[in-house]
Design a protein around this ligand. Sequence first.
Ligand code: NAP
Length: 498
Amino acid sequence: MQISPANFIGFSTSSKGQKTFQSFNPILNQEMEHLFFEATQDEIDATMQLAKKAFPILAQTTGKSRAVFLREIAFLLETKRAALIHQYSLESGLNAERGNVELNRTIWQLETFARTIEQENWDLLQQDEADLARLPNPKPGFKKVAFPLGPFVVFGASNFPFAYSTVGGDTASALAAGCPVIVKSHPMHAGTSNLVAQLVIEAARKTGMPDGTFSHLNAIDFEVGTQLVLHPNTKAVGFTGSFAGGMALQKLAQQRDEPIPVFAEMGSLNPIVILPEAMQQDGEKIALQITNSITQSAGQFCTKPGLLFVLRDNQLDNFLNELKTNFAAVEPQCMLHPNIWKRYNHGRVTISSQENVETSIEVKTEKPNFGTPQISQTDGKTFQQNQKLQEEVFGPHSLLIVCEDISEMQYCIQSLSGQLTASIFTSAEEMKSHSDILFDLQQIAGRIILNGVPTGVEVCDSMHHGGPFPATTDSRFTAVGKDAIWRFLRPISFQNFK
Ligand code: NAP
C-alpha cells in the first residue's frame, strides 16, 4: 500500500493546496518522509457538496447492504494488517501489540454495527396499531422510525489511531446509521489515517455505496476543521480529544445559523476511591493495579485514573511504599507526539507547583517525547479549594488526595465535575454503610467500577462510554458499543402508514 499525499473527496483525489505537512516519528524524534496536502476551502466545499448529494442515496440503502459495506471494510483492514500496524507504530510510538489489540477492536466494532443493522426492522423504534373503531375518535396507526441526521464530520484523537479515528467508533456507527462521513484526519497519524481511508473508499466502491459516502481531508491547522463544522451541509459532528478542542467545536456549532449537535468525547479524571477495609485487605494488590492503569501506554487513555482518594490512616504509609516500589519498576514510555509530551510536562508541573501539593513519586527520564511517570500528593481541603487540581493531565500522572476522614472524602467527591468513570475499592459489608458514596459517584460518572481500574474499556452492548459534562457534551449517549449509533439517528413518526 502506498500513502497518498492527496485529500480523498469521495472516490476522487485532490491536491490543490499550497500548504503541505508531515507527520512525526516520536521515538526517533524526527518528521516522517511523506507529505500531505492540507485541504483548501474549494476542496472542503466540493467535499460537502458531494456529501449532500450522497446522503439521500445512502440513507435509502438497506441496513443489510450497509452491513455488507462495513464487513468489507473490516475484511480489508484485516488483509492489510501488517502495513497498517507498521505505519501506526512509526507515527504513534505505540508498539505492535497495542496496535493489534486496537485494530481487532476496530474490526469488531464494524462487525457489531453490521450485525445491528442487518436485523429486520432494526430502525423501527415503536409501533401503535390503528383502532378505527375507538370512540369518541378513531385512533390512527403510528410507526416511529429512526432516520439518519445527514453528513457527519469526524475528528479523531491521537491516542487511538484506529479505534477512535478514521474508521473508529464514530465513523462506523455513522456509516451504519446511513450518514455520509467526512474525516478531518489527525495530523499526527496522517499516514495511518490515509491508509485506512483508502480501504474505506475501496470498500465503498466494491459494495456499491454512492460517491461521497466517505471523504478524508488532511489538515495541520484548525482552519479545515473549523470550516467543516461551519459548512451548512454538515448536520452533526463527532469529536474525540481534549476539552479545549471539543469546546471550541461545540461553540462553533452553536454559533451557526443552523446549530448542529456536537458529540464531543473529551478528557476525564476517572477518580478512584479506596475505602479503609479494602485498603487493609488488598492494599498491595490495589497499588499494583493502579500503577499499571496509570502508566500503561504512557497513561495516554481517556480512562486513566487521574485522582486517587485515600484516608489518612495507619495503612497510608504501606500503600505509598507499594506505589513507590511499583513505580520504580516502570520503564518510561514514548508518548504519541511532541505536543502531547509538552502538554504533559506542562500539566504535571502545573499540578505539583500548586500550594500544598508535592511530588511524592517520580520516575525521571531525559529522553525526548518519553513521559515521566509521576504521582503528586495533596490533602482533601486543598483539593476542594483549588479548581486547577481538577484539570486532566493526559499522560502517566495521578494526584493522590489524602483525606482526614470519610466525610472529607465525600466532600471531595461531591466537588467533582462530570467523569467518564469512577472506581470504588471496598468490601461488600463496607459498601452497605457507604451507599451514599456510591450515589455521589452515580451523579458524576458514566461508568462505575467496583474493585477494579477504569482502563481496558470492554466493547459490549451494555458498555456506557460517556458521562456528564465536561467528560462529554451529551451524557445521554455512549461512544462505545452498539448504542453509539443512536447519536446519528433522529426519530420520525409515520401516521396512517402500514
Ligand atoms: P486534541 O488535541 O483535542 O485533537 C483532537 C482533534 O481535534 C485533532 O484532529 C485536532 O486537530 C482537532 N482540534 C483540536 N482543537 C481544535 C480546534 N480548536 N479547532 C479545530 N480542531 C481542533 O486531542 P488529542 O491530543 O489528539 O487526544 C488526547 C485527548 O483525547 C485527551 O484529552 C483524552 O482524554 C481525549 N480522549 C477522549 C476519549 C473519550 O472517549 N472521551 C477517547 C480518547 C481520547 P490538530 O491535531 O490539528 O490540533
